[in-house]
Ligand binder design. Structure first.
Ligand SMILES: Cc1ncc(COP(=O)(O)O)c(C=O)c1O
Length: 396
């Protein structure tokens, strides 16, 4: 089938929750994806930070295939080795925390919201229920996580959403201090805001949050769904600043393209969720967990975090050169391979031009071009995009 044939059929049967591009993808290998008409694109979005090892990485495919031939599913009433091994890797590389497995970022954040309330309920009383998040944050699309998300447009039309949330400007410690009340049980922030436009907080912000939360026994929760699994050049975004959270959520890149979500909590916090308090039928299924283990071990064995740091610096300096050339670029920023170019105009038309020229890039917050390539992207591929962007910018 061609792009047009797939799209025409989809128009009849798919609910239009996404403003989709007029293209259907049928195959991927490394950093390249091919559409149904056979056109190749270099993927600088990788899902949205999902295919961290690129498309169909042989180690991930092998792990999935082997597991699919061994055991697809058992209930979470039973233990499985792949789930245990992923939790062990995460615990050893994060803060010694314990994991709850689910299937997506929103579910991981739902688990975080629940553990925050339960921990506080057990330790204090039932009045300490409120959670503070940041303006322009993004935490998911379920009713609980749209309440957590600091963007009115994602809640509009779905009210009343879950009560007990307030939003403060990201990076503003004074605003957070003022927002905390005796009802606050947790603070939830992204270490770098992703959907909000790759916003890097001021130095000392996460540390300041840690201090405030410690003073009042409030849980500090980091949504690492976009920043986690290597994109910033560390396994987890918080590791840039060495500020350890009480709760961390992961999803997206963890299984390299299969659905997975994790809510990790420090051991004393994890105790709040005992048998019967939370669950998920598919959470931590053996196939997704085998993929996750392959992803994590490959990142480690191939020293990909160093590659991300080095290539991220190269990418950023290339974009900074473009900024000097084109005054309509108002900012260039990034951590590792989580990179953005802010414009004084809409970025959507540039995304379309990039697609015409064989590159998948993204625009968020209307004016921010966002790049989240697979961690295995090469310098040659980055340079190819820089040349293409130069050509696109020159037409403005
Ligand atoms: C920081 C962050 N949190 C949560 C989510 C929601 O994840 P999911 O779409 O897997 O539910 C996203 C997705 O973009 C995200 O970027």
């Amino acid at each position: 089938m061609t792009n047009q044939e797939i799209i025409a059929q989809a128009d009849q049967v798919i609910i239009k929750t996404y403003g989709r591009y007029q293209v259907a993808f049928v195959r991927g290998q490394g950093s390249t994806v091919w559409d149904a008409d056979g056109k190749a694109y270099t993927d600088f979005l990788s899902g949205i930070a999902v295919c961290v090892l690129g498309h169909c990485h042989p180690r991930v495919v092998e792990a999935i295939t082997k597991q699919a031939n061994t055991l697809l599913h058992v209930s979470n009433y039973y233990h499985t080795l792949p789930q245990t091994e992923v939790a062990t890797f995460l615990s050893e590389h994060a803060f010694g925390g314990k994991s709850f497995f689910c299937n997506s970022g929103a579910e991981a954040n739902e688990a975080a919201l629940k553990i925050a309330r339960k921990y506080s309920h057990d330790r204090f009383d039932e009045n300490r229920t409120d959670i503070i998040t940041a303006t322009n944050s993004f935490h998911g699309r379920t009713l609980g996580t749209v309440a957590a998300t600091g963007q009115e447009k994602v809640r509009k039309g779905f009210e009343p959403t879950l009560a007990g949330f307030s939003y403060v400007p990201y990076g503003d410690l004074g605003a957070m201090e003022q927002a905390i009340t005796e009802r606050t049980c947790a603070v939830l922030v992204e270490p770098v805001q992703g959907e909000g436009g790759v916003v890097i907080p001021p130095q000392g912000y996460l540390e300041g949050l840690r201090r405030m939360c410690d003073q009042r026994d409030i849980l500090l929760m980091f949504d690492e769904i976009q920043t986690g699994i290597g994109h910033t050049g560390y396994y987890f975004g918080y590791q840039h600043e060495g500020v350890v959270p009480d709760v961390m959520t992961l999803a997206k890149g963890l299984a390299g393209g299969l659905p997975i979500g994790v809510m990790m909590a420090r051991a004393n916090v994890a105790e709040a969720l005992g048998p019967g308090t939370h669950g998920s039928t598919f959470g931590g299924n053996p196939v997704s967990c085998s993929a996750a283990l392959a992803v994590l071990q490959t990142i480690e064995q191939e020293n990909l975090l160093q590659h991300v740091q080095d290539l991220g610096a190269h990418f950023l300096s290339g974009l900074q050169r473009l900024q000097q050339k084109y005054p309509f670029i108002t900012d260039v920023r990034g951590r590792g391979l989580m990179v953005a170019v802010e414009l004084d105009r809409l970025g959507g038309p540039m995304v379309l031009k990039a697609m015409e020229r064989g590159y998948l890039i993204n625009c968020t917050m209307d004016r921010v071009l966002r790049f989240l390539p697979p961690l295995v992207i090469t310098q040659q591929e980055v340079d190819g995009l820089l040349t293409t962007l130069d050509g696109i910018f020159a037409e403005e």
